[in-house]
Design a protein around this ligand. Structure first.
Ligand code: ADP
Ligand code: MG
Length: 310
């Protein structure tokens, strides 16, 4: 089997041990025959010391494919990690450009626009004071439709009524209220700017047991080298019954346009006509495995695809 190295984050309290959250994945990867190394997330992100972050990673003798599985990184931190690992002959599966492409929704919007809710975005300047005249102008494309708000990466979906869902884009007061609350709640974690997406009624799955947000029958698909790797019900709770999984060839055209080797598409069906749509793309290295996806199945699929492909 060609050498592949998984990269996980160490437990901040025990730098030679894996972060306990990723321990089941790491065990599954090891079982599937993969090597792994640990980096310090704190050194990479908080101290901005990429070289220190990778100091426990043994250099590879030959150029070796590496796959990070861990916490989301901003594109600048990913770029630093990519470079520090490359110095050790470990080459992350996605280039910094590929990472950014799927991490920031506006970057890949054109690649998926024909199968995802209509979307507009506005970068936020340093002051983070939203320009509501510009926002209201941008929202005109929606008429008076409801929209969902997020930043370039994440929403506040669990604060649905307060900071995510805007019942009508013609209601300036509602827009201001939700946007201000969203910015406040995101705080330092806000990514780049505001993204508004036409609300689409997806097949419902009830309400979240803790936050009350409306759940939709969503599936997370991992895509590797242009083809589906896994397809799994996204939510831990909710009864998916025996609803059919997204077809293996779903969005094949879009997938070819996404400039990344390893990414996710979260998909759901429109309630009215059953048409599949893309809810959200993401980088495959920082997307969590759904609870219903056995890590062993994920890593077995990964190994079999990569060993066939390399
Ligand atoms: N355009 C939309 N129409 C209807 N529901 C949406 C829309 N966008 C997102 N949602 C709902 O909000 C949730 C969170 O949105 P998502 O884009 O996945 O953000 P996050 O990155 O926070 O998961 C989704 O799981 C879906 O249930
Ligand atoms: Mg999501």
């Amino acid at each position: 089997m060609p050498a592949i190295r998984l990269i996980y984050c160490a437990d901040p309290l025990h730098p030679t041990q894996i972060d306990p959250i990723y321990a089941p994945e790491c065990a599954a990867a090891t079982h599937a025959g993969l090597d792994y190394a640990l980096i310090s997330y704190e050194a990479l992100v908080q101290e901005q010391q990429a070289k220190r972050a990778v100091r426990r990673v043994a250099p590879a003798v030959e150029p070796t494919l590496a796959i990070y599985r861990g916490w989301m990184l901003c594109p600048a931190d990913y770029r630093r990690l990519y470079a520090a690992l490359a110095e050790r002959n470990l080459h992350l599966i996605n280039s910094p450009e590929a990472y950014r492409f799927c991490h920031y929704l506006p970057e890949c919007y054109t690649a998926i626009a024909d199968h995802t809710p209509r979307t507009v975005w506005l970068p936020l300047v340093e002051s983070r004071e939203p320009d509501f005249n510009a926002i209201m102008l941008a929202l005109q494309v929606f008429g008076a439709a409801p929209v969902v708000l997020k930043d370039y990466v994440k929403s506040r979906k669990h604060e649905w009524a307060e900071a995510c869902f805007i019942p009508s884009t013609s209601d300036r007061q509602a827009v201001e209220r939700v946007v201000r609350r969203f910015i406040e709640l995101q705080g330092e974690d806000l990514n780049e700017g505001l993204v508004f997406r036409e609300y689409v009624a997806f097949e419902p799955l009830g309400a979240h047991s803790r936050s009350g947000m409306p759940l939709t029958r969503e599936y997370r698909c991992f895509i590797l080298d242009g083809a589906m790797l896994t397809r799994t019900a996204y939510w831990e709770e909710g009864d998916y019954d025996d609803a059919e999984l997204p077809p293996e060839t779903l969005f094949a055209g879009n997938i070819q346009r996404v400039r990344s080797r390893f990414f996710t598409l979260d998909v759901a069906r429109r309630r009215d006509d059953g048409a599949w749509m893309i809810v959200e793309p993401g980088d495959g290295q920082v997307a969590g495995l759904p609870e219903r996806l056995d890590p062993s199945d994920f890593y077995k699929a990964l190994v079999s695809r990569l060993t066939g492909a390399q």
